[in-house]
Design a protein around this ligand. Structure first.
Ligand code: BES
Ligand code: ZN
Length: 402
């Protein structure tokens, strides 16, 4: 048997020398691996001077290890941690560092408890919640759906962004501590819009309530095609506008800073939010909580509000569930996108606590998105479902903004 294998290997080497050469290349030199920190100490103990821990952050370690020890490491991991693999091999240190950072940030963003999540702002939250009017949300959805599309490269997509800017300026016109900025992105004309309600005490700590302002119909020729995007995502933007309206009407003054964000270019790869979240990370901004309102007005399931459990923060998701129980009294549960399906993923990847309260389960949601059929009539031409999300957003704002 051994002989047969050997002769097979030799003949393969003769026929396909490149392949065979790679295949039989002795493992020389050193490699970088990333592995969960809980395993790194034991790896060090086991492999001694053959393994050096170079860096350790957010629960992930970067280890420099002799290449010829990698097979043994694989067996070791399997035996001790019941993990297949359980580590990633990197040829270059840069790749290892990058993985350390992004894996670590994601893990941190998922599992770390960023705040102590006390619910004690009833006197402020209750009256604000009562003020929410679904008709306002419905009207905004209809207005935004009138733009031919809100595509990130088309003029109507730019006009839509400025119309959101104008409406938010109008809502906060009597407040010195409220301002609205247009955030330009390179490579396409649609800007993101950010409204800031400045905190009175810890203004460096930021609570974010966001949603994407663009819309799309299909992929090719999308710049010309009609894309009303009523549910995806005029509903989220309209929900945010109602939160701002109520906050202003109640003369709400947070201690932390609240930012309302309408992101450009989500539909083409979370582009606007990625720019913004990475910029915040680079500048070490303290973001204490993020919610993403993307599709809030199509009730596709019996359960009212579904939290996506991937690319989000566990403790903050539970906190939001408690806010629903305490203040809104509708049903809630969990679902999963299975990929970074909206702008919360940009914040998550940057290491911040994000949540995405959604209108339905992943499978039960609006089947008409990304088409000309995404109009408010699919949701009964009212915004009763979105109103629940406006209430949740107000509760989140006041209980985190204190
Ligand atoms: N609103 C959707 C995401 C979504 C769809 C969430 C259905 C839950 C149910 C979002 O606008 C979108 O379309 N995202 C893209 C991904 C992005 C990375 C381009 C998508 O899902 O294809
Ligand atoms: Zn979409």
């Amino acid at each position: 048997m051994k002989k047969l294998l050997l002769s097979l290997a030799v003949s393969t080497a003769l026929i396909t020398p490149h392949f065979a050469q790679d295949d039989f290349k002795p493992l020389e030199g050193k490699r970088y691996i990333t592995v969960d920190s809980d395993a790194s100490k034991q790896i060090k103990k086991q492999f001694g001077k053959d393994a050096a821990i170079i860096d350790d952050s957010y629960g992930v370690s970067l280890i420099h290890i002799e290449a010829n020890k990698i097979t043994e490491l694989s067996e070791f991991m399997h035996r001790n941690f019941r993990r297949c693999g359980g580590f990633i091999v990197h040829e270059e240190i840069e790749e290892g560092i990058q993985t350390l950072r992004t894996n670590g940030q994601k893990r941190w963003a998922n599992a770390h408890q960023f705040m102590d999540y006390q619910i004690d702002q009833e006197d402020i939250v209750k009256p604000m919640i009562q003020e929410v009017e679904q008709e306002n949300i419905a009207n905004t959805i209809v207005d935004l759906s009138k733009f031919h599309n809100r595509y990130y490269k088309s003029q109507s997509g730019v006009d839509a962004a400025y119309s959101i800017r104008d409406s938010w300026v109008e809502l906060g016109k009597n407040r010195e501590d409220f301002k609205v900025e247009v955030v330009k992105h390179s490579g396409f004309p649609q800007p993101s819009i950010i409204a800031t309600l400045e905190g009175s005490e810890h203004s460096d700590e930021i609570v974010i309530i966001g949603g994407h302002l663009d819309s799309i119909n299909g992929q090719w020729g999308a710049a010309k095609r009609r894309a009303p995007g009523a549910d995806d995502n005029a509903s989220g933007i309209a929900t945010i506008s109602e939160i701002i309206r109520v906050a202003m009407k109640h003369n709400y003054k947070p201690k932390r800073t609240i930012k309302f964000m309408g992101y450009a270019a989500e539909e083409v790869g979370l582009v606007g939010s990625k720019h913004i979240a990475n910029d915040y990370k680079r500048n070490n901004k303290k973001v204490v909580g993020v919610i993403q309102l993307d599709m809030t007005n199509y009730q596709g399931d019996e359960t009212d509000i579904l939290f996506m459990d991937d690319y989000t923060n566990k403790a903050q998701n539970e906190f939001l569930g408690s806010l629903i129980d305490q203040y809104i009294g509708v049903s809630w549960g969990y679902s999963r996108c299975g990929y970074g399906c909206s702008d919360h993923a940009s914040w998550h990847r940057a290491g911040y606590p994000a949540s995405m309260p959604h209108e339905a389960t992943m499978d039960g949601g609006n089947p008409h998105i990304h088409s000309t059929r995404d109009t408010i009539s699919q949701s009964g031409s009212h915004a009763k479902h979105a109103a629940k999300f406006a209430k949740l957003g107000l509760a989140f704002m006041a209980e985190l903004g204190k």
